[in-house]
Design a protein around this ligand. Structure first.
Ligand code: SAM
Ligand code: DTB
Ligand code: SF4
Length: 359
């Protein structure tokens, strides 16, 4: 196997090979965490976390057959279907997310792809959320190049469209759209000059090679996604993946670290599945280079740690909220420090400051 020291770590590359990625996964965990944290600090402000809040603007009754998803019309998950929300209600929800400290608001819809009249309403939602000073993100399924441009013109900053898994395993999970369909949407999103949020789901019964291939595919895209959400499968009764053997926590942590090493400048998001993770596991994920989370008590249809619980966790870990410009804000600090004041390159003084209050 290729030695991890035989290639440089921290460089922005788009020519990763599978043996290289597998060699990273095979490192002793402490070495992997060490390299990931070192590379993280070369490219990011340490101890900061970007916070996105999700809202399901159209829920359930989706024609697609994604085996993990409670919103597919094909599975009986007991979910109540909801039509596209009113613009004013979305604005209200975004306002609450801003007040709670989120900097990005992500609107998700259970569509295969949006229709023209739906896109017009969503464009208006984006204008309203943008006007609140929040970063905007949408995830609406497949987009044509023209639809991507329409969203860009409305003020959309990010489009989320996941590859979900490796090209090889993909057919076991979704049959109603191809991997190439996903890559085409990502190309349309880039062509419209939108930022890309693209990642996948772990714990769907994939092999270690599939996890390596997913990260390899993401890293070898023409440009790295600005945001890389790494979801742990949220198992929902009624979906075909309910009952899948859970992934070992350290394997999830490894994947976060490898994502950090392959895409050094990207925000790696510790995404769905946090409710099922211990705080210690989440801390290891931050150590491995995760610097973004979904923030707020709900993802799209399932639960997420509530805001107060996250505030307390961040406080105990000495993590601060990042502002939309990429610098940390005073929010969640609780120590009265001016932004940037306490954070040296090594984060050392911050850790000492917290040693007294750590529980
Ligand atoms: N319908 C659109 C689509 O599929 O592109 C947008 C919404 S869809 C719910 C967005 C992403 O959420 C999926 O691509 C998948 O990665 C993630 N997701 C959905 N259900 C999940 C689950 N049960 N656990 C973890 N991630 C999930
Ligand atoms: C992403 O990667 N994860 C989010 C977001 N992008 C849209 C969705 C997670 C959904 C988890 C299941 C649910 O709440 O419905
Ligand atoms: Fe529909 Fe998206 Fe769920 Fe797939 S992941 S079933 S496309 S809502």
């Amino acid at each position: 196997m290729t030695s991890p020291t035989a290639f440089p770590l921290g460089a922005i590359r788009h020519d990763w090979t599978l043996p290289e990625v597998q060699a990273l996964f095979a490192l002793p965990l402490m070495d992997l965490l060490f390299h990931a944290q070192r590379v993280h600090r070369e490219h990011h402000e340490p101890n900061t976390v970007q916070m996105s809040t999700l809202l399901s603007i159209k829920t359930g009754a989706c024609p697609e057959d994604c085996a993990y998803c409670p919103q597919s019309v094909r599975y009986d998950t007991g979910l109540t279907h909801e039509a596209l929300m009113e613009v004013a209600a979305v604005r209200e929800s975004a306002l609450r997310a801003r007040e709670a400290g989120a900097t990005r608001f992500c609107m998700g819809a259970a569509y295969r792809s949006p229709k023209a009249r739906e896109l017009k309403v969503i464009a208006q939602m984006i204008r309203e959320v943008h006007a609140l000073g929040l970063e905007t993100c949408a995830t609406l399924g497949m987009l044509s190049p023209e639809q991507a441009k329409e969203l860009k013109e409305a003020g959309l900053d990010y489009y989320n469209h996941n590859l979900d898994t490796s090209p090889q395993f993909y057919g076991e999970i979704i049959t109603t759209r191809t991997y190439q369909d996903r890559l085409d949407t990502l190309r349309a999103v880039r062509a419209a000059d939108l930022k890309v949020c693209c990642g996948g789901i772990l714990g769907m019964g994939e092999s270690p090679a599939d996890r390596a291939e997913l990260l390899l595919t993401l890293a070898n895209l023409p440009e790295h996604p600005e945001s890389v959400p790494i979801n742990q499968l949220v198992q929902v009764q009624g979906t075909p993946l309910a009952g899948t053997a859970p992934l070992a926590p350290f394997e999830f942590v490894r994947a976060i670290a490898v994502a950090r090493l392959l895409m050094p400048r990207s925000h790696v998001r510790l995404s769905a599945g946090r409710q099922a993770m211990s705080e210690e596991m989440q801390a290891l994920c931050f150590m491995a280079g995760a610097n973004s989370v979904f923030y707020g008590e709900k993802l799209l249809t399932t639960g997420n740690p509530d805001v107060e619980r996250d505030r307390q966790l961040f406080e105990r870990l000495g993590l601060r909220a990042e502002t939309s410009s990429g610098r940390e804000s005073g929010h969640g600090d609780g120590h009265g420090n001016a932004p940037g004041q306490e954070s040296g390159g090594c984060g050392c003084s911050r850790l000492h400051a917290h040693a007294e209050t750590a529980s």
